[in-house]
Design a protein around this ligand. Structure first.
Ligand code: ANZ
Length: 958
């Protein structure tokens, strides 16, 4: 403590200081815990409570839960948690039953990597991190219902994650009914013959593994051998959403390769339409909705068959979004991996093959082989990149354009992807840039079939690039039995689709960019799959009674060490090394008695736990079912008659636009379809908070230096005598600029930290942290304290008199404004209004009790500890937490007015009631618009207007 502070404490022993704040805060936190102040009752079950509270309107306010990192929290992390806490507190005070709590998303790579390095079991380090975070969060005075908190690593929790997996595994999507249904309903259709089997044999004659293969084509969770993103550097495969635009792992930045590995997938694509349509029902930022729309990527087009020349049965089915340009298709391209390639490749190059098409190879088979090897080394992202130089080779085969009858050469090229559409395209070089570049390089013909709207003419050989437009007319498109000439693009698409369908050579289709969700990881620290394989390799679900399937102990958590740049490695899972756990004899209760099985040794991705955690908050201890239906309906159920219920406010970072938020929506829909929940959507309102940024200081080598030790001199920044540069960036340990909430709490108290974070700016905007500015909010609290408590004696100084008119106005205006700001999450402006009121009160000699109490109530959601303390000292025995929030008296909210006299030629023609603060310009406009004034002027022009706001306007006509 400095000497001046010490002196001040002697003179004012009851001043609001950091020490007093620490004492107040600790006491009230203990009080809240002891009294269960933030516990929200459920309508029934073990968390049932006060029926009156349950009868109130509900508010479910939620944060994206944190990963308990070893570094603990820095001041950037709680920004959202404080905001939801303020919002939740405000709603408690406005008559709501508020559910607010926080759990931990605790599976994941960092704990596992730490385990590999130190040998510490991930559970041990994760639990220690959770403990530390709980302590840090508690210090902030967050009003969480602690009974509802959990971590995703708790077996009681992941038991239900596994249970949901089984529901998904045991269901299929019925496209006609547009819903998921139990897989048994499909088995019945096959068994009864209502649905034919693929090869027509009766269901009863198929072997168990044949049946399993057929059902695997329908299950919403299924294993497949499709090419996946294999990241040797992380020793695991990754979902598309986890791979960056330049084909590297989002975490760790390692190269990602395509590899064929048997993996679990979730058939999220079955829900593409619903995921898209239901976005309209959500109160989410438009930017996030747009990202989801783009990610799902719906495009309407057609599939068209092109018969292969000299192969009576072979046809190439292409997907296009521009079937109106069919007459312009002058060649075709298959993805190098396309299954038809080997079938159509002839033994020798046909006559007329250009040298440029062969890649210098003696036979088509050799050319294809060499090109495939080259393509396999590239990621999808690289293949889609806008490189002007397109590569490929001729397959030696030709096909027939079904509308023009023209013979078109068939190529393979890596710019066509196997995973999109049909993996084959018709190339229309005049109207598609990729095709244009390819046709240029391979000397292929181009035909203009969409009339250019600019002056480039209709000869594509003279163009610089393709002409792509939806707003133009079709030309050069007349065949024997169909013509599109003169039609617009939209009409032409419809006309040609109809024609194709009538001849059964094509059909209109909808295609999605969204891929199925790759759901297995070769990691230790994740949920084990509740799946076992029998000796035939058929996958079986574990019966519910065997859940949770707990993670086994292993000797070694590490993935096998791989060369991160070598795509030829293959994964080996940590769980597979525990042979005792893997090989088991189980009675699955299917009437076949105990049999030997091998367990699945992959684990679920770390997104699994966050796909449904909002539901567990509702009914955290239920061991009988996922969630009690009454509790689910109460907190999450349909709103306004629509099944789109969900969390009332969900706050988190915008970086989760397509991963977590898409996966969680998908699981909600499956659970809804299967009748386990009443809402089709998990999160009704989403809000993205901004980031707290911090200055990063770097020395001349570019290395970050400790920000706390940098000095500012003459507008420059210095560290240990060396000048350093300053840039705004992220806050974090590695950038040596992290400020912890613990430090700020120690220096000022949690209430000051809360106020500062909320006052920094609009919640959705990123803002730089400035430790020196924190003191401003500290002073606000000191002034508030002084308005109620005598710093010398500790006595409460308020008086039981009526406030004067000006104070009443200040109070009620603040109440009115703060209410609106609280509803709209504008906590920064709410604080500005409270500050203004507090400053007004500071000037009042004796503070009336009603005004002091109003102030305390207004600030209590933001600074709950000091509010509780003052409320108690003001003589209340109940906590301020459930006290009604003040309501403004409208009589004091409207501005006072004054009467303004309007004269024309010196005679009073009108009287206006205006605000005292009205400007000259505004007053003049009002006066000139007044009907009596207009009548008096009677069309005459105006020579002069003399304005003396707010009382007089004098108009001199021309
Ligand atoms: C002919 C055409 C003419 C096309 C034209 C475009 C413009 P979106 O809109 O993203 O769905 N395409 C189809 N399958 C492909 C694949 N597997 N790999 C690479 N490209 C593929 O894109 C659809 C368009 O992308 C399709 O329409 C097809 O080219 C191409 F003036 O067909 B189009």
């Amino acid at each position: 403590m400095s000497e001046t502070n010490a002196a001040a404490e002697v003179a004012a022993p009851h001043r609001y200081t950091a020490a007093l704040a620490a004492d107040i805060e600790a006491r009230w936190q203990d009080f809240w815990d002891a009294h269960g102040t933030y516990e929200a009752p459920n309508p029934g079950g073990d968390l049932a409570g006060d029926a009156q509270a349950v009868a109130r309107p509900k508010k479910f306010v939620m944060d994206m839960f944190p990963y308990p990192s070893g570094a603990g929290l820095h001041v950037g992390h709680p920004l959202g948690y404080i905001a939801t806490d303020v919002f939740a507190r405000y709603h408690r005070m406005t008559g709501h039953n508020v559910l607010h709590t926080l759990g931990f998303d605790a599976f994941g790579l960092p704990a596992e990597q730490y385990a590999v390095q130190t040998g510490t079991h991930p559970r041990v380090s994760t639990e220690a991190n959770i403990e530390n975070m709980r302590r840090q969060l508690r210090r902030l005075g967050l009003g969480h219902d602690q009974r509802r908190s959990f971590a995703t690593i708790d077996p009681d929790y992941y038991r239900w994650t596994q249970w949901i997996f089984l529901q998904i595994f045991n269901s299929w999507y019925d496209p006609e009914a547009q819903t998921a249904r139990p897989i048994d309903t499909l088995v019945q259709q096959f068994a009864s013959g209502e649905r034919p089997t693929p090869d027509g044999r009766p269901w009863a004659q198929l072997t168990e593994s044949e049946r399993a293969d057929i059902l695997g084509e329908y299950r919403l969770a299924y294993a497949s051998d499709a090419p996946v993103n294999w990241c040797p550097g992380l020793g695991t495969v990754l979902a598309n959403e986890e791979v960056t635009a330049d084909g590297r792992s989002e975490r760790g930045n390692f190269p990602v390769f395509k590899a064929k590995l048997r993996q679990w997938n979730m058939r999220i694509t079955a829900y593409a339409d619903r995921l898209l349509d239901d976005l309209d029902e959500l109160d989410w930022p438009e930017a996030i909705k747009l990202q989801q729309r783009n990610w799902i990527g719906r495009s309407e087009g057609a599939r068209v068959d092109f018969p292969v020349t000299d192969h009576a049965d072979a046809k190439i089915t292409i997907f296009t979004t521009r079937q109106d340009t069919l007459f312009g298709a002058t060649y075709m391209v298959l993805a190098p991996e396309h299954g038809l390639v080997d079938e159509i490749v002839p033994d020798a190059w046909p006559e007329g093959t250009r040298d440029a098409w062969t890649g210098g190879h003696a036979t088509p088979a050799q050319a294809v082989d060499a090109y495939r090897k080259q393509a396999a080394a590239k990621s999808d992202v690289e293949r889609q990149a806008e490189v002007k130089e397109k590569t490929g080779v001729f397959t030696g085969a030709y096909a027939t354009n079904p509308v023009s009858g023209e013979r078109v050469p068939v190529f393979i090229a890596d710019y066509v992807l196997m995973g999109y559409g049909t993996g084959a395209i018709m190339a229309v070089p005049a109207h598609d840039s990729r095709d244009f570049a390819f046709a240029r390089a391979f000397e292929l013909p181009m035909r203009c079939v969409v009339e250019p709207s600019d002056d480039r003419g209709t000869d594509p050989s003279t163009w610089d690039d393709a002409f792509a437009s939806y707003d133009a007319k079709i030309v050069n498109s007349t065949g024997e039995s169909v013509s599109l000439d003169g039609l617009g693009v939209v009409e032409a698409k419809a006309r040609i689709t109809e024609w194709l369908e009538s001849r059964s050579i094509g059909e209109g289709t909808v295609n999605f960019r969204l891929r199925d969700w790759l759901f297995s990881r070769q990691r230790y620290w994740g949920e084990p799959f509740p799946i076992v394989y029998d000796e035939e390799g058929v996958a079986h679900a574990l019966p519910e009674s065997m859940l949770p399937l707990k993670l086994p102990e292993v000797e070694d958590y590490s993935p096998r060490t791989f060369d991160p740049d070598d795509s030829d490695t293959s994964p080996e899972t940590p769980l597979s090394r525990n042979e005792d756990w893997v090989n088991v004899v189980l009675d699955l209760g299917d009437g076949r008695g105990p049999r030997p099985f091998r367990r699945e040794t992959n684990t679920m991705p770390n997104w699994a736990g966050s796909c449904w955690y909002e539901l567990r908050y509702l009914d955290p201890h239920n061991s009988e079912r996922l969630v009690d239906p009454e509790a689910e309906r109460y907190w999450m159920g349909p709103r306004e008659g629509r099944p789109h219920g969900g969390v009332d406010l969900y706050v988190g970072g915008a970086e989760h636009a397509v991963l977590h938020l898409l996966y969680a929506r998908f699981w909600s829909k499956v659970l809804f379809d299967l009748g386990h929940v009443s809402s089709v959507e998990p999160f009704h309102k989403l809000y993205n908070q901004g980031m707290i940024q911090a200055y990063v200081y770097r020395d001349s080598r570019g290395i970050a230096v400790p920000a706390a030790e940098v000095e500012e001199r003459d507008g420059a920044y210095w560290y240990q005598g060396e000048q350093v540069s300053r840039l705004l960036g992220k806050m974090g340990k590695s950038l040596k600029n992290a400020v912890t909430p613990d430090e700020i709490c120690a220096e000022y108290g949690a209430d000051t930290l809360r106020l500062y974070e909320m006052a920094m700016g609009p919640l959705d905007v990123s803002r730089p942290w400035d430790t020196r500015a924190v003191v401003g909010q500290y002073r606000l609290l000191q002034r508030l304290w002084r308005n109620v408590v005598d710093e010398g004696t500790g006595e409460v100084t308020v008086v039981d008199t009526e406030p004067d008119e000006a104070t009443l106005r200040a109070l009620h205006k603040a109440i009115d404004g703060v209410r609106q700001d609280m509803e709209g999450l504008r906590f920064n402006t709410a604080i500005a209004k409270i500050t203004e009121l507090n400053n007004h009160v500071t000037k009042v000699r004796e503070v009336p009790r009603s005004v002091a109490e109003g102030l305390v109530l207004l600030i209590s959601p933001l600074a709950p500890h000091v509010a509780e303390e003052l409320w108690r000292r003001l003589g209340h025995s109940a906590s301020v937490v459930h006290e009604p929030f003040p309501v403004a008296d409208p009589a004091y909210v409207v501005d006072e007015t004054v009467t303004c006299v309007v004269q024309v030629k010196g005679k009073v023609k009108a009287r206006l009631e205006v605000a005292p603060s009205i400007s000259d310009e505004e007053l003049e406009a009002l006066a000139l618009g007044d009907p009596a004034v207009v009548a008096a002027l009677n069309g005459a022009g105006i020579r002069k207007v003399i304005v003396r706001a707010p009382k007089l306007v004098n108009i001199v006509p021309a």
